[in-house]
Design a protein around this ligand. Structure first.
Ligand code: SAH
Length: 218
């Protein structure tokens, strides 16, 4: 399979679907999604769809990864004001971690399933990414040691954004999370205006796997 050609086609598709930021399109072009999926799905790695990664979880749809990235970096001219620390809840196989790593000093990512966290570590190493830190932990409890983040993204859906995540967001930071139940969800963007004040923007309808509590060692 010609992966470069497949990636070019994917970028054209994303662009048609409304992804405008050239930095985001370039990041998805540069990220070898086929390295993140099981060999059974290699031929579909560059189709704009989520795919199974085992443990009843999925690798996110490229459009959704692009959209979330676009929102997080909006207003950040990369060369002048790059994002510092970014927190991701739901590492999965590490695909979105890889995309976001291109736009921040360091990406921190939490995953509740140990085997996936280990797999993500392997995938990220394989493609040469170094500015990340992964932890096997329940993301609803936030990063396990005290820390503030310039941006937080959740890649699993929840009915209400955990307070701990709001607390770990820097002033002026953005938090993006799919909110809803198994049938109906939308992306919610929170912007932290002061310690207890957030503006809320409801964005696209989406469909993510649910965020679950407690870490598991399967
Ligand atoms: N970011 C991934 C998406 C993976 S799907 C990608 O780029 O494809 C969502 C992931 O969230 C799953 O791996 C799931 O195990 C994880 N997850 C669900 N609830 C969680 C929680 N409370 N803490 C950490 N990870 C969680």
């Amino acid at each position: 399979m010609n992966f470069k050609f497949a990636r070019t086609e994917l970028i054209k598709d994303l662009s048609k679907k409304g992804i405008k930021d050239p930095r985001v399109l370039e990041a998805l072009y540069q990220t070898p999604r086929h390295e993140f999926v099981d060999v059974t799905f290699t031929s579909r790695a560059y189709q704009d769809m989520s795919l199974p990664i085992g443990f009843q979880q999925t690798i996110s749809q490229p459009y959704v990864v692009a959209k979330m990235t676009e929102i997080l970096i909006q207003g950040n001219v990369l060369e002048e004001k790059p994002l510092g620390a970014v927190l991701e809840i739901g590492t999965g196989c590490g695909y979105q971690t890889a995309v976001i790593s291109r736009f921040c000093r360091k990406i921190f990512s939490l995953e509740r399933i140990k085997a996936l966290s280990l797999r993500a570590e392997k995938n990220l190493k394989k493609i040469g990414i170094t500015n990340y830190q992964l932890r096997w932990s329940d993301g609803t409890l936030g990063w396990p040691t005290p820390k503030k983040f310039d941006a937080i993204l959740c890649t699993a859906a929840i009915s209400q954004i955990p307070l701990k995540l709001k607390t770990q967001l820097e002033l002026g930071g953005k938090l993006i999370c799919p909110v809803g139940d198994a049938k109906k969800q939308h992306l919610l963007l929170l912007e932290k205006k002061s310690k207890h004040e957030f503006t809320e923007t409801v964005l696209d309808s989406v469909l993510f796997v649910p965020m679950l509590k407690d870490k598991v060692s399967e």
